[in-house]
Design a protein around this ligand. Structure first.
Ligand SMILES: Nc1nc2c(ncn2[C@@H]2O[C@H](COP(=O)(O)OP(=O)(O)OP(=O)(O)O)[C@@H](O)[C@H]2O)c(=O)[nH]1
Ligand SMILES: [Mg+2]
Length: 366
């Protein structure tokens, strides 16, 4: 008998183990199993209830290596709000150097004042630095349908009768993108594939016919550069903006510090009084303290006032990076996975982040 798959997450349907992927009680199975969804997808879609099921890096690689055997077009989605975390520099090797298109998603989260041309320039540089060489690079918002039509038409042209694999880190919006396409081009009225703010929603390939070929959704790579990899579900909700990030302005004197939950810290070490303009999720609390009190403040409050903390069981210390900003213009201090802080002019700062999320400077985007 041919195996039946869940249309929401791609898992093989089974009735033996409720705790494993693809579970449907045997009483719900019948002969017409075309649109079956598993219990986990049913609960996610209807109650937004999360039943965690992790896909390991080995599982992921086993699945994704199948792509290397094909002659196909790869559409790699990255998250504009966490470029480094969602970059996956090895992607071309993993997919055996099939043709590649990169799409930077979640454009709607960045302020409209950011110029697309600046953003593209910045993205191209990061891709080049990481030796990712796409044929094309696009900006989009899969959620708000920005640029979807143009991208889809171009993709179909590049695919030229090959299958299209949509790949990328977890939570970048791969499934949202495909749902959006299906609504525009295949007349589907609702979201077919399960989408959620939980990491690891899609568990296996989901093949959807378009013309004579397929567009294939894939599970996201759970990757160590993504800050969310180390955070609880609640904390992920706090750092993920729901709408365009708004500037939060702090007029700082040297000797002052900003804490971003217990996840990052920016010390204004020296320079003239200036504004630090923070672009982070509307749910992430920013606390201002005196630099001389900052260490004590952190140790005292990291598990309460400074929310969110990290996962309880992973007490990774903050790591310090020092920057000497010399500029007459605006500079962004990028806090990967959290957002960025814009400062005007020259100053010395110390920036603290956790795990493999290394802060860096770029020319101000705004
Ligand atoms: N603001 C914004 N949110 C988006 C956009 N696209 C997707 N999202 C949100 O990002 C989260 C993840 O979306 P999914 O489509 O499930 O991401 P995925 O890449 O398929 O994730 P996995 O299957 O877990 O690998 C959901 O909460 C989406 O609503 C976008 O363009 N803008
Ligand atoms: Mg998905």
């Amino acid at each position: 008998m041919e195996e039946t798959r869940c249309i929401g997450c791609g898992s093989v349907i089974q009735s033996e183990s409720p705790k494993k992927a693809g579970f449907v009680p045997s009483s719900k199975l019948n002969d017409e199993n075309d649109d079956l969804i598993c219990r986990r997808c049913f609960r996610l879609k209807n109650y937004n209830e999360i039943l965690p099921l992790e896909i390991t890096k080995d599982d992921y690689l086993k699945i994704i290596h199948e792509i290397a055997k094909t002659d196909s077009l790869i559409v790699k989605i990255i998250d504009i709000f966490d470029i480094e975390g969602s970059l996956i520099p090895q992607i071309q090797k993993i997919t055996n150097y099939n043709d590649l298109i990169v799409v930077a998603n979640k454009r709607d989260l960045l302020p409209k004042a950011v110029k697309d041309s600046k953003l593209i320039h910045h993205l191209k540089k990061i891709l080049a630095d990481n030796e990712v060489k796409p044929q094309h690079l696009y900006l989009m918002s899969a959620l708000k349908n920005q640029n979807i039509d143009e991208i889809f038409e171009d993709i179909l042209r590049y695919a030229n009768n090959r299958d299209i694999y949509v790949v990328g880190a977890t939570n970048v919006g791969k499934s949202t993108f495909i749902n959006s396409l299906l609504k525009s081009y295949a007349g589907s009225k609702k979201d077919i594939i399960t989408v959620s703010s939980l990491a690891g929603t899609t568990l296996d390939f989901i093949k959807i016919p378009i013309g004579k070929n397929f567009i294939i959704d894939t599970p996201g790579l759970v990757n160590e550069n993504q800050i969310t990899h180390y955070m609880s579900t609640e904390a992920i909700k706090v750092v993920t903006p729901k709408k365009e990030v708004k500037p939060m302005v702090f007029q700082l004197d040297p000797g002052q510090t900003l804490f971003f939950g217990a996840l990052a810290r920016v010390d204004f070490v020296s320079g003239d009084k200036t504004s630090f303009i923070c672009y982070v999720s509307e749910f992430l609390k920013i606390h201002r303290t005196k630099l001389i009190n900052a260490d004590d403040f952190y140790h005292k409050h990291q598990k309460e006032l400074l929310t969110p903390p990290f996962k309880e069981d992973q007490d990774f210390p903050l790591k310090m990076y020092q920057f000497n900003i010399k500029s007459n213009y605006k500079t962004d201090i990028v806090l990967p996975g959290l957002g960025f802080v814009t400062v005007l002019g020259s100053c010395q700062v110390k920036v603290y982040t956790r795990i493999k999320t290394v802060p860096y400077l770029r020319e101000g985007l705004i």
